[in-house]
Ligand binder design. Structure first.
Ligand SMILES: [Zn+2]
Length: 307
């Protein structure tokens, strides 16, 4: 119990699908790519001994401002907004992702995942090939975490509830659930619940490679995971598919009270929420599928780039 509590505290500050989730997805992709040209191309771009699982965590690692490797100074200089590439914040009530929706942005995860594909196809120079591959391996994971796509907006007037943002005022963004807090002193947030806590729940203490192998064996590749059309349109299709899952993740959540910002202005608007009793059961059902699907789709994308 102490161990689980500690893990929860350590992961609650992370703003992105936790390392374990990304590593599982990278590993699953490699399993699907065994003996393919795509895997040879991947090996040629990555360093000797560097796996897709290793590559998949770089985009988060570099969010720590003092972390440095030979690739980071140039990347940070060219991409000062790189932390915005990991998500889009479109209202979870919408039926489909659209770049014109509030919360969508030309540097959001849909646009940047497509840009990575374009770079690897040789039709864009927005990133180096090494950057593009490592970002793609990461974003393929994030885009399958529904709260990286569907955002909840909270009423700014009247009873506290989730609303569709219409007009310039009367709503506030929950920042992908980061501002929806629970637990003692509101230490935990709903975004991290899905990024890390839910992944820990399903993986227990299993090693990412072992868990990846188990998922591939148990879930296989249902036909519905295949994405039709040109791969540059796939990120948008995946975002649209994530919206009902985000809706489900916000449904049943009660917004209990507005929390004043923390001392020193460290946070903006925050709310205390209550989760329904069945919430962990929902996570246990959804998370393994999202991880396995993300891994398969990363592999499928790389195979579409290098047939
Ligand atoms: Zn991320």
């Amino acid at each position: 119990m102490l161990g689980a509590g500690l893990a929860l505290i350590l992961t609650t500050t992370a703003g992105a699908f936790g390392d374990a989730g990304h590593r599982v997805i990278g590993r699953i992709a490699e399993m699907h790519l065994t003996n393919t040209r795509a895997l040879q191309e991947v090996r040629g771009i990555l360093r000797p001994g560097e796996s897709l699982a290793d590559a998949s965590v770089w985009a988060d690692t570099i969010r720590s401002a003092t972390y440095e490797d030979e690739d980071t100074p140039r990347f940070r200089l060219a991409h000062p907004a790189h932390e915005t590439y990991h998500y889009t914040n479109v209202p979870f009530q919408k039926d489909r992702y659209d770049p014109a929706l509030p919360g969508a942005h030309f540097t959001d995860i849909v646009q940047m995942t497509r840009e990575c594909i374009r770079v690897l196809r040789g039709s864009s120079q927005a990133f180096t090939r090494r950057e593009a591959l490592r970002l793609l391996a990461h974003f393929a994971g994030d885009i399958h975490q529904p709260l990286h796509v569907g955002n909840a907006f909270v009423s700014a007037e009247g009873p506290l509830r989730f609303v569709v943002p219409e007009g310039p005022v009367r709503w506030r963004s929950s920042l992908g659930g980061n501002a929806l807090r629970y637990g003692p002193d509101g230490n935990f947030n709903l975004h991290s619940y899905w990024d890390s806590h839910a992944v820990n729940l399903v993986m227990r203490k299993e090693d990412p490679a072992a868990y990846a192998a188990r998922l591939v064996k148990e879930l296989g590749v249902p036909a519905s995971w295949r994405t039709p059309g040109d791969p540059e349109g796939w990120p948008e299709a995946w975002a649209t598919e994530a919206l009902p899952l985000a809706r489900e993740a916000y449904e049943g959540i009660s917004v209990m009270e507005y929390l004043t910002p923390q001392a020193g202005g460290r946070t903006g608007h925050r709310w205390r929420i209550a989760q329904p009793a069945v919430y962990d059961a929902l996570a246990r059902q959804r998370v393994p599928v999202q991880l396995a699907k993300g891994g398969y789709r990363l592999a499928a994308t790389l195979q579409a780039i290098w047939p």
